[in-house]
Design a protein around this ligand. Structure first.
Ligand SMILES: Nc1ncnc2c1ncn2[C@@H]1O[C@H](COP(=O)(O)OP(=O)(O)OP(=O)(O)O)[C@@H](O)[C@H]1O
Ligand SMILES: [Mg+2]
Length: 321
């Protein structure tokens, strides 16, 4: 089957006066099939947002990108400019904090109209009608009122729904959601996740759902890619990865997840933190935090290898898990 998105060996480097100062992505590989929801998980700083921004061609100034990003089998992001033209048309992004993603001095309707203006030839009245329909689709009560509201007049949950409506304006094939529920309380978050599932069912777009929360991934993702220090270290169906994780880091993340089985027990944190500068690491980047590490882990950099049908892990001891 042709992949909707195929990211191969994506590397990102930052330099200062010609010298590379950081390499936060060190060869990310991932795919999303049409209509599939892929969860991208990992601790803070592991490269989730940078991966999403690279796909959209929105990397910060000074970032150098290597590797390939293909959409529908066509290389889309050889140049950041090429990717930018796809933004909103083929791919849309929903940011972490809806409160800051909207411009406070324009109404929701004005901001959504701007998006349409850039991508679609529509009269003012047509655009208004289309926007009101989208606001209704994301189950916002009274779309007319939301259209004329300023961001501060809406609650966090309403803003997130409006963000999703805006992202869907140009019928994207791929939606990138960066921590879409982190700023929301639990019940509102649950409703937003249900909405995403429902819209995927109606429109069939693929989703890259970025989250540090495996609970969110468990609820709605078909497959999951676990990122650590700028690499995918485990990937497979959500069922396989969560039921039989093969990388010690994934097991650590699962151990830190609150759930019915952890009531009354202390949560287990993974010792240490993600290395902040990813230069000059020779072996496995997780080795210094890993209870299973042996000498060989410090010397060899493990690559993703199949551990079962459709399930891959980058750990030389994955067979022992
Ligand atoms: N403009 C920049 N210049 C230099 N390094 C950067 C820049 N932006 C990001 N980085 C590096 O990239 C790493 C990954 O950042 P990214 O924002 O992708 O993390 P994340 O996984 O999304 O984390 P979070 O869960 O906190 O959102 C950071 O730790 C930082 O070292
Ligand atoms: Mg982020």
């Amino acid at each position: 089957m042709k992949q909707l998105l195929e990211v191969r060996e994506l590397e990102i480097e930052f330099s200062d006066r010609g010298a590379v100062t950081n390499r936060p992505l060190r060869g990310v590989n991932l795919t999303i099939a049409p209509g599939e929801i892929l969860g991208v998980v990992g601790e803070t700083g592991c490269g989730k947002s940078l991966t999403g921004l690279a796909i959209l061609g929105l990397l910060p100034n000074g970032a150098r990108q290597l590797g390939t990003i293909a959409l529908d089998g066509t290389l889309a992001t050889d140049t950041p400019h090429g990717a930018a033209s796809l933004r909103g048309k083929v791919i849309s992004l929903v940011f972490q904090n809806p409160g800051t993603a909207f411009n406070p001095v324009f109404t929701i309707g004005q901001q959504m109209r701007e998006v349409l203006k850039r991508h679609k030839a529509m009269s003012r009245a047509e655009a208004r009608g289309h926007i009101l329909r989208q606001l209704g689709l994301v189950q916002l009560p009274n779309p007319e009122r939301v259209f004329g509201s300023y961001p501060h007049e809406l609650s966090g949950g309403m803003l997130q729904r409006a963000m999703i409506a805006m992202a869907l304006l140009c019928e994207p094939r791929l939606l990138i959601l960066d921590e879409p529920t982190t700023a929301l309380d639990v019940t509102v978050a649950k409703k937003i996740l249900e909405l995403i599932l429902e819209l995927r069912g109606s429109f069939g777009f693929g989703v890259m759902l970025i989250s540090h929360n495996l609970g969110v991934v468990r609820d709605i993702c078909d497959r999951v890619a676990v990122l650590y220090a700028g690499r995918v270290i485990e990937t497979g169906t959500t069922q396989d990865v969560l039921a039989s994780p093969r990388h010690p880091y994934t097991r650590g993340l699962l151990g830190a997840l609150p759930g019915p089985e952890s009531v009354g027990r202390p949560l287990v944190a993974i010792p240490g933190s993600v290395p902040s500068r990813l230069l000059g690491i020779n072996g496995c980047a997780f080795a210094n935090r890993c209870a299973m590490a042996i000498d060989e882990c410090l010397a060899t950099d493990p690559i993703l290898q199949p551990v079962a049908q459709g399930h891959e892990a980058a750990c030389i001891r994955s067979a022992e898990s």
